[in-house]
Design a binder for this molecule. Structure first.
Ligand code: ACO
Ligand code: ZN
Length: 499
């Protein structure tokens, strides 16, 4: 409970209060969106308020001073209404990824978030679709015909279940300095408080999750030459959350509480690349495949780092069932981590990515799409189609939509007329060529609004705008995976006993 003077009167600001808060915006003008007070603290007799901007992604939550609160419009929390959960899924508004869509929409399955297709009641059943044909890919309005094997839109639901994060276990062993040994997840010798106890369970109850994880807890992470500002809570040991900077070894990802400890660690750590096998190299870009069972400490430390930027995903303490694909950029100092994705060794739901991340200093430079492209190249070698685990974050959805759109358009535009007839292709064929799961092909075609119903047939129509937009986008897409540089043999994990 906090009292705050405003125009001479004393007003109590408590958790759950709502009021407009000044949001300083680097890209646009400052604004005063409605925000909720999540926490209040006093630092040097000055009140600070942790606010969540209601319609914005949680990564923008922040501590603000009292002068940024519009006290005239203060709303008190309703007595019975508890602070709503802060673990709602991030929104997905392409035009403004920082702003959240209303929670009601957030739970809508992926396929229903996309704009409806042209006046077609549903995608064709296989019987109808087998009648369809494809128009040639020419510069003016171009149409294609889908031949067969679509599913009705109503069946395109995605599994929205997210496994939850396990909050830190109190009372873990810790060390006060850089010496000594340790029994736990971070290996020995640097005396760093250990991560929460690792457990095989991926489930925790939402209410606990809410209290523990709703606020970012790490101020800043130093990783090689980068300083990262976390977006979300990550269960690093509580003792480390008070530090102004948490230091990570950029190669083994071990966390250390001071620069001195890091320097001492670096004298002993001789890794200059992630552990595991380098399965891809082209130019300065490499991918390392890491087995979550064989390299547990690294995998757990990677998950802790990743959780700082992933709100709605599980933190996989039990890393055994996962492979981690870490993308690096090489220079004379070593192979520097740029991003990664994790992947279940066996997925009954055809997931080919569990979590995916580009570290913030590298974001919006095409690396996310490169990671996605790599994940589908692996699926191609496996001879499977795949899809990312749901739910996708707002930025995840933007990136996947962009990748799927470009991949599908690339194929449609390469189709050659068939004896002067419109080229034909089926959804299944697109899916087989790209390894993109059929549902994602369909939702992308709908999103791009390419599907038309014409004289009893389903036809894909490419407008000049779409064609030109695609060509422009592809000219900017410099980073591509070269399948020739991939050295990957898939393993049959079902035959390996317990991983
Ligand atoms: N605002 C608007 N558009 C964006 C933004 C943004 N902040 N970030 C990415 N995009 C768009 C890009 O414009 C691009 O589309 P375009 O080529 O059509 O213009 C597309 O998304 C991909 O951009 P990249 O530069 O290739 O992707 P990036 O390296 O930034 O990585 C990623 C994307 C991995 C989603 C990154 O934002 C990230 O790590 N976010 C935090 C973690 C996260 O949300 N991961 C996905 C969770 S879902 C899952 O794990 C299955
Ligand atoms: Zn190290």
């Amino acid at each position: 409970m906090t009292k705050m003077a405003d125009n001479g009167s004393s007003v109590e600001i408590v958790e759950g209060c709502r009021l407009p808060v000044l949001r300083k915006n680097q890209e646009h003008e400052d604004e005063w969106p409605l925000a909720e007070i999540l926490s209040v603290k006093e630092v040097s007799s000055r009140k600070l308020f942790y606010v969540h901007y209601i319609d914005f992604n949680k990564r923008l939550d922040e501590w603000v001073t009292g002068d940024r609160l519009d006290m005239k419009k203060l709303q008190f929390p309703k007595k019975e209404a508890k602070t709503p959960t802060k673990n709602g899924l991030p929104g997905s508004r392409p035009s403004s990824p920082e702003r959240e869509v209303k929670r009601k929409v957030e739970t809508v399955p992926l396929a229903t978030q996309v704009p409806p297709a042209t006046p077609v009641p549903s995608l064709p059943s296989s019987a109808e679709a087998s009648q369809a044909s494809v128009f040639p890919a020419v510069r003016e309005t171009t149409t294609f015909k889908a031949r067969e094997d679509h599913e009705p839109i109503s069946s395109l639901t995605t599994n929205g279940t997210a496994r939850r994060l396990i909050p830190p276990q109190p009372g873990r062993k810790r060390k006060a300095n850089c010496g000594g040994t340790d029994e736990d997840s971070q290996d020995s010798s640097d005396g760093i408080p250990t991560a929460p106890r690792m457990t095989g369970s991926l489930v925790s109850d939402r209410s606990h999750d809410d209290i523990v994880t709703r606020m970012k807890n790490i101020e800043c992470i130093e990783l090689g030459r980068h300083r990262l500002k976390p977006w979300y809570f990550s269960p690093y040991p509580q003792e480390l959350t008070a530090l102004p900077i948490l230091y990570l070894c950029e190669f083994c990802l071990k966390y250390l509480k001071s620069l001195k400890c890091l320097q001492r660690h670096l004298t002993k750590c001789n890794l200059r690349h992630p552990p595991g096998n380098e399965i891809y190299r082209k130019g300065t870009i490499s991918f390392f495949e890491i087995d979550g069972r064989k390299n547990k400490t690294y995998s757990q430390n990677l998950c802790l780092l990743a959780k700082c930027f992933l709100d709605h995903k599980t933190l996989y303490y039990d890393t055994d069932p996962f492979l981690f694909y870490v993308m690096t950029e090489y220079d004379s100092k070593g192979f520097h981590i740029v991003g990664y994705f994790s992947k279940e060794k066996e997925s009954t739901e055809d997931y080919n990515v569990a979590c995916i991340l580009t570290l913030p200093p590298y974001q919006r430079r095409g690396y996310g799409k490169l990671l996605i492209e790599f994940s589908y190249e692996l699926s191609k070698v496996e001879g499977k189609t795949g899809t990312p685990e749901k739910p996708l974050s707002d930025l995840g959805l933007l990136s996947y939509r962009s990748y799927w759109s470009q991949t599908i358009l690339e194929i449609l535009m390469d189709l050659k007329p068939d004896n002067g007839e419109r080229p034909q292709i089926t959804i299944n064929e697109i899916s087989e060529i790209t390894s993109v799961k059929k549902e994602d092909v369909i939702s992308t075609l709908q999103y791009l609004n390419l599907i038309n119903y014409y004289k009893g047939q389903y036809i894909l129509t490419l407008s000049e705008d779409i064609v030109e937009g695609h060509e422009r986008a592809m000219q900017k897409r410099h980073l591509r995976i070269d399948p020739k540089c991939l050295h990957f043999t898939p393993k049959d994990w079902s035959k390996r006993g317990k991983w």
